[in-house]
Each structure stands twice: as structure tokens, then as C-alpha cells.
Design a protein around this ligand. Structure first.
Ligand SMILES: Nc1ncnc2c1ncn2[C@@H]1O[C@H](COP(=O)(O)OP(=O)(O)OP(=O)(O)O)[C@@H](O)[C@H]1O
Ligand SMILES: [Mg+2]
Length: 422
């Protein structure tokens, strides 16, 4: 359909263009809009808002003319024309007062029955969230991405925790990798999937293999602790999200989110936009309180989304007296809609060997027959079932013999000599 948009709202037209089968014309003057309406082939719909500060009587004149020639009119009055909102609704026009371009785009899509671009399947955007630092978000993101890659899936990992980019050291991302923060600075017109694609980093060490594995690619924000001038405003993050959701070629996107969930409610946005939130949950008192805070926040702000939240229990560190069983039962009572993805065991030796290794190596390759790797695959299986994803490959085989051998001899991890610590 042809949609004429009269707006100065940053990035709005670009976002609407991401819907399928819609051609957007965005003239900057009302007389140009009028000419389009009077032309031989009028557009199907007209969106008007008051961000270009056109006088209200002029906006009305155009809206009236559009209706006269059978064009659907939709209005959004948030500024000077806000007082006319009731009149517009009274006249039978779909009308809102909304400043957020992502929300306006979603509303237009709904009103006009537009379908999303090919992009990712609904729900396949997964935020890994917590209301507390150090809970294992980045860790869970890394091992889940690697586990799903072994099932033949193509995973994009989006580092949204720019003030503490834990993914960069974890995956040994070189400083030459592009940063999407530069793209954010270029402005919303560049945040479509075509603009984002060149900023995706595809390291060789997480690409497809002869076994037919999938890939883990990255959208990296910063390489060091972020500087204040690189900060991303929430509306910008939300608009950028639209572009990421419209990317093609991935089975899912895993978003590593920062812990300041009130200032950066990324997990909330993912849920509101129809995605999924995974909450790593170690059972200690402070950690489970942090998980509870985020769940309460999500319940308040996206009540319909709670059944798209999933807890990922993490075995406690040695010495912690709270166990996963009791804590899981407590969460099941308090948040019955929230499902569990299972439990990840502690694997401090594998984690440390991976950290100290020269160059990137996945924990799943260091201990291919370990209980830890088996648990990662069980969790991945649950997550796929939750998302309606069908992995292309079966869980990598691990016979009883392998597992016994791994336990008796120690796996590959044990064969790697302790590194010299600089
Ligand atoms: N199952 C596990 N086995 C071994 N180590 C683990 C496990 N889970 C988490 N860790 C370790 O716990 C530490 C904290 O985890 P991580 O950095 O993933 O937390 P985070 O929630 O991303 O923190 P931040 O909010 O600071 O980004 C890391 O050193 C990680 O390796
Ligand atoms: Mg982290």
C-alpha cells in the first residue's frame, strides 16, 4: 500500500518502511501532501501529526480532502494540536497522542493491518535480564549461544550492556570489530536492517563448521568501559531494536542487558514487543531478590508478557546454603506463569580454563562430555521449545562411555596445561 506520512518525528518513516508491502512517501510540506491527494492515483492512507508545527486548520483541511477522495486518515497529536484529539476521534479518525516513534510505528502497523517484514520470528528476540549485576547474564548468553550454534542455529548476540561489555573479553572480540554505537550516532534513518548489517561482527571462531553448525555473530557496543558521550537514549535503543528485529538470516537474537533495569528497561521493551526474557537465577538471597524485583517490574509493565519469561536456575557457588530446589518452588508459587528452563551447574574449572586460554575457546569444547555441557543442551532444548524453534541438528552425541571417561580422566580441559598467568 502507499502511505503518505506528514511528520518530523525522527526515524518514524524508516520504521514504518520495515513493514511488508508498504511504500512510504514523506513530503515535508502540506501543499505537497495536498498535491498527492489530488493526483490521479491517490495513496491508500495518510498519517498526519503535529511535529512539523503546521497550523491546525491546515491539517484539518488536508484531512478533510483526504477523506473526500477516500483516503484513510490517521492522526497523532502530541503538541500544539493535542486539544483537537477529541474532535478527531469524534469525526471517526483513528487518533492517538504518542511521542515514541516505535510505538507510533506499531500503532500504524496495527491500524493498517501491515505485516512485519520477513525478519525474525515473533518471540525470537530473547533478552537475558536481571535487576542485579554479576548474576550470570553474560555467562548464560555465551553458553546458550554456543549451545544453540551446535544445534545448527544462527544466533546474533547483541551486547546491550555498553557500560560493562562482558561479551567482548568472553568472546575475545578484537578492537577492530565495528561498534553499533557509531551507527546510533548517525541517526534513526540508518537503523534499518540494511544499515545495521555492516555493523555485525562475524568472527571466524564462531562461524559454521564442517559439522554444519550454525553461527554466533555479534552486535558490539563498546570495547572498554563506555564513555558518557556514547550513552544510548532509551527511545533510540527502542528504535534500533526495530531494525534488529527486522534483520534476516538469524534464528534468534540474544540480548545481553545491563542490570539498571529502571533506567534501561530493555528486557521490559523486549517483552512488550512480543519477545522473550530469560532470567538467570542463582539461589542466594540477594540474587533471588534481584530476580524477584525484575519479575515484579515486568509484571507491572508488561503483565501479558509474564508467560514469555523464563527462569534459568544457576547452581550456587560452594558454601551458599540456599538450594535451587526450594528457590524454584518459591518462584513457581509466586510467579506461576513464569516457566523454568532448568538449571546450569557450576563449572568454575571450565570457566577459568576458557578465561585463561590463549584466544577464544568455548567451555562446551573444553568439556564436551561434561555434565555442564549436557545441561547447556537441555536448557537450549527447552528454550527452543519455548520459542517454537526447530534446531537443524540433534544434540551432539555423548555416549555413556564418553561421559564416564570424561569423569575418570578429566576431559580435554584437564589435558590443557595450566597457562602461565601474566
Ligand atoms: N555456572 C557457572 N559456572 C562457573 N562460573 C560461572 C557460572 N555462572 C556464572 N559464573 C561466573 O560468574 C561471574 C559473573 O557472571 P557474569 O559476568 O555473566 O554476570 P553478569 O550478570 O553478566 O554481570 P554484569 O551485570 O556485571 O554484566 C563470571 O565470572 C562468570 O564466569
Ligand atoms: Mg554482563
Amino acid at each position: 500500500m502507499e502511505l503518505v506520512m506528514f511528520t518530523a518525528m525522527e526515524g518514524l518513516a524508516a520504521q514504518v518502511e520495515q513493514f511488508r508491502d508498504v511504500a512510504v512517501l514523506a513530503p515535508s510540506r502540506l501543499d505537497q501532501v495536498m498535491r498527492l491527494l489530488e493526483g490521479a492515483r491517490a495513496p491508500e492512507a495518510l498519517y498526519l501529526d503535529d511535529t512539523r508545527a503546521a497550523p491546525l486548520p491546515e491539517l484539518w483541511r488536508v484531512a478533510t480532502q483526504a477523506r473526500r477522495v477516500g483516503v484513510r486518515v490517521l492522526v497523532n497529536f502530541t503538541g500544539a494540536a493535542r486539544g483537537a484529539l477529541n474532535d478527531a476521534q469524534g469525526a471517526g479518525l483513528p487518533a492517538i497522542a504518542e511521542r515514541d516513534p516505535a510505538a507510533v510505528a506499531a500503532w500504524l502497523g496495527e491500524q493498517l493491518g501491515l505485516r512485519c517484514g520477513e525478519g525474525l520470528g515473533r518471540g525470537a528476540l530473547v533478552a537475558v535480564g536481571a535487576a542485579k549485576g554479576g548474576i550470570g547474564k553474560t555467562f548464560a548468553t555465551c553458553v546458550l549461544a554456543e549451545g544453540l550454534r551446535r544445534r545448527g542455529l544462527r544466533v546474533l548476540v547483541w551486547d546491550s550492556d555498553i557500560s560493562n561489555p562482558g561479551l567482548v573479553p568472553a568472546f575475545r572480540i578484537p578492537s577492530s570489530a565495528p561498534s553499533y554505537l557509531h551507527l546510533i550516532q548517525r541517526g534513526p534513518a540508518h537503523w534499518g536492517p540494511g544499515g545495521i548489517a555492516p555493523f555485525i561482527f562475524q568472527p571466524d571462531h564462531t562461524r559454521a563448521t564442517s559439522e554444519g553448525w550454525g553461527a554466533v555473530d555479534f552486535l558490539i557496543g563498546s570495547h572498554a568501559v563506555a564513555r558518557a558521550e556514547n550513552d544510548v537514549r532509551l527511545p533510540d535503543w527502542q528504535s534500533f531494536y526495530q531494525g534488529v528485529a527486522a534483520l534476516e538470516g538469524y534464528d534468534l537474537v540474544l540480548v545481553d542487558t545491563p542490570p539498571d533495569y529502571l533506567r534501561r528497561p530493555y528486557a521490559t521493551h523486549v517483552l512488550l514487543a512480543g519477545g522473550t526474557v530469560v532470567l538467570p537465577c542463582p539461589p542466594g538471597a540477594r540474587e533471588r531478590m534481584g530476580v524477584g524485583h525484575l519479575l515484579d517490574h515486568l509484571r507491572d509493565h508488561a503483565p501479558d508478557g509474564l508467560d514469555r519469561c523464563a527462569l534459568l536456575f544457576m547452581e550456587p557457588e560452594r558454601g551458599v546454603i540456599a538450594g535451587v530446589g526450594d528457590v524454584a518452588a518459591m518462584f513457581a508459587r509466586r510467579y506461576p506463569q513464569v516457566m523454568s528452563l532448568g538449571t546450569l551447574p557450576r563449572a568454575p574449572r571450565l570457566a577459568s580454563l576458557a578465561d585463561e586460554h590463549d584466544g577464544y575457546v568455548s567451555m562446551l569444547d573444553l568439556g564436551p562430555h561434561s555434565g555442564f555441557t549436557a545441561a547447556v543442551h537441555r536448557v537450549g532444548e527447552q528454550l527452543c521449545a519455548r520459542l517454537g524453534l526447530t534446531p537443524r541438528l540433534p544434540v551432539p552425541r555423548s555416549s555413556l562411555w564418553n561421559r564416564l571417561g570424561s569423569r575418570l580422566r578429566g576431559d580435554r580441559a584437564a589435558a590443557i596445561s595450566s597457562p602461565a598467568i601474566a
